[in-house]
Design a protein around this ligand. Structure first.
Ligand SMILES: C[S@@+](CC[C@H](N)C(=O)[O-])C[C@H]1O[C@@H](n2cnc3c(N)ncnc32)[C@H](O)[C@@H]1O
Length: 244
């Protein structure tokens, strides 16, 4: 597929009013918090100094902020390909951007990863971004993440991971769509309702859907060992994989 226009889901009303995600999907912010918690508790390989962290799909900076607060020995690069999201991140993280601990880069995740040197990061973190990727693209991203991690480095992702029980997953998605209608119609915002329903269709399409079992199997296949699921709540999970 060469036309990525269907992938530009974080521009227009959804990006401009991204704060709305807290109402339609409070679990996303919770997964971001868990990513920060994981990094805070993570023990780096012996001899590591300042830890280089790459955040994929930093958006408006929700997960970035949790990473910044998680520990003081991090140097974070946040990448995102949506200018409207990054503009908000620059505002939300203005004081952190003045120092040496954080930089934000506007780029496509895979393009950035392909140019990054092998073994150049200790941690690759992400919150609620990978489920937006097309399956083939996501595979390449995970392969590149593995390449750029230093031995002993870790990939951690707090994200929407579809249930392996497809019928139960469908039930939950139907309930979610119902919630969108309730919230946005109560607010008198059919315009946002339309955008979020379109977004949900994208997330749930067979080209995108990221089921937990196959996602872990893919990470194993690429070479991550061990892989772990630290938390499973509804359609969300906190997953990690170490580069041996
Ligand atoms: C649901 S938002 C999550 C943002 C943030 N991580 C958070 O915790 O709120 C997903 C983000 O991934 C970004 N994104 C999607 N596809 C991308 C790609 N191919 N390359 C870089 N960023 C991408 C979007 O622009 C968006 O900002």
């Amino acid at each position: 597929m060469n036309d990525f226009s269907a992938e530009r889901l974080f521009e227009g009303p959804i990006a401009d009013e991204y704060e709305m995600l807290k109402r339609v999907c409070p679990q996303a912010a919770e997964m971001s918090r868990r990513v920060g918690e994981f990094v805070a508790a993570w023990t780096p390989p012996v001899g590591s100094g300042t830890l280089d962290v790459l955040e994929i799909g930093c958006g408006t900076g929700v997960t970035t902020l949790n990473l910044l607060h998680s520990r003081s020995d991090l140097r974070i690069t946040g990448i995102d390909n949506a200018p409207a999201m990054l503009d908000q991140a620059r505002r939300n993280l203005a004081s952190d951007l003045e120092g040496e601990r954080l930089r934000l880069v506007e780029n496509d995740a895979l393009s950035y990863l392909r140019r990054a040197p092998a073994q150049s990061f200790d941690i690759v973190a992400s919150g609620y971004a990978l489920h937006n990727f097309l399956e083939g693209y996501r595979r390449q991203v995970l392969e590149e993440v593995f390449r750029i991690l230093r031995p002993g480095g870790v990939f951690v992702n707090g994200d929407r991971y579809a249930l392996d029980d497809t019928l139960e997953h469908l039930r939950r998605t139907q309930a979610e769509a119902g919630e969108y209608f309730r919230i946005f119609l109560e607010m008198g915002r059919p315009d946002l309702l339309e955008q979020w329903i379109i977004h949900l269709f994208s997330d749930e399409s067979p080209d995108h859907v990221m089921r937990l079992g196959p996602a872990l199997a893919l990470m194993q296949q690429i070479g991550y060992r061990p892989t772990a699921v630290h938390l499973r709540e509804g359609v969300n999970a906190l997953v990690s994989g170490v580069k041996p």
